[in-house]
Ligand binder design. Structure first.
Ligand SMILES: *Cc1c(COP(=O)(O)O)cnc(C)c1O
Length: 235
């Protein structure tokens, strides 16, 4: 696993190059190391190589790793959020990336009020309108946006998507661009700032950065191939 440090270095360098191409400051792009299915030892190794932000998609796995990893790690939650796990997800992660309905957002706020915390979330958009994926539709998000903004305590960092898997980074570009335009439209229409775009994974993070990503979620390009699928998640 000595490769992890080398992989991280390569990813960081590719992020810088993509930023240069797009005329962006690399400081605007946060690299989330997606450690799901990999052992705590892999997280520790990445942390030793300077990585501070990690992402998990299942609460159980997150909890197991937290107890086995350096305390200064900034954990993000990128999986689908089950209501009965909201309290713990809020306790253990700084940002939730996949809030996919007004109902869930309202429930998170209710739990957060009770726990005395102020959650930061991304709103997940089903950008390719795929049957198999969760998230707001474009229209649904516009329709619910006023109500989302009215929720107290909730910091909406921006929008998140997992585009249709068409097997290459260039094909993903249209979806990343669509998410950015949706974000730009909401900012204008509702006079708010939605600075974050959580988009781009191992196969397409450079394209996502060219299209404005602020949070790229990279797993296999850092840790290697995953050997099993996570239920209800990407493989
Ligand atoms: C697993 C996962 C990733 C990372 O995917 P890789 O292709 O391994 O980089 C990113 N985002 C989400 C939501 C995931 O579930």
């Amino acid at each position: 696993m000595a490769e992890i440090a080398a992989n991280l270095e390569e990813i960081r360098s590719r992020i810088r190059t993509a930023c240069e191409r797009a005329g962006r400051d690399p400081a605007e792009v946060e690299l989330l190391a997606v450690s799901k299915t990999f052992p705590a030892a892999a997280v520790r190794e990445a942390a030793e190589a300077g990585q501070r932000v990690f992402a998990e998609s299942r609460l159980q796995e997150l909890e197991a790793k937290i107890s086995d990893c350096p305390v200064e790690i900034d954990w993000h939650f990128i999986g689908s959020v089950q209501r009965n796990k909201v309290r713990k997800i809020l306790a253990h992660s700084r940002i939730i990336h996949a809030v996919d309905s007004l109902r869930l957002a309202a429930f998170i706020v209710q739990v957060a009020a009770d726990a005395g915390v102020f959650p930061t979330v991304f709103l997940q958009v089903n950008i390719g309108a795929e049957e198999t994926k969760g998230g707001f539709s474009d229209e649904g998000l516009r329709a619910d946006f006023e109500a989302l903004l009215a929720l107290p305590r909730l910091e909406i960092a921006g929008l998140m998507c997992i585009p249709p898997d068409e097997g290459n980074a260039e094909a993903a570009r249209q979806w990343f661009r669509k998410l950015r335009k949706l974000r730009d439209g909401l900012e204008t229409e509702f006079s708010v700032r939605l600075p974050g775009l959580s988009m781009g994974m191992s196969g397409d993070f450079e394209t996502a950065i060219e299209e404005g990503a602020t949070h790229v979620r990279v797993g296999s390009a850092i840790f290697g191939k995953r050997s099993y699928r996570v239920d209800g998640e990407l493989g």
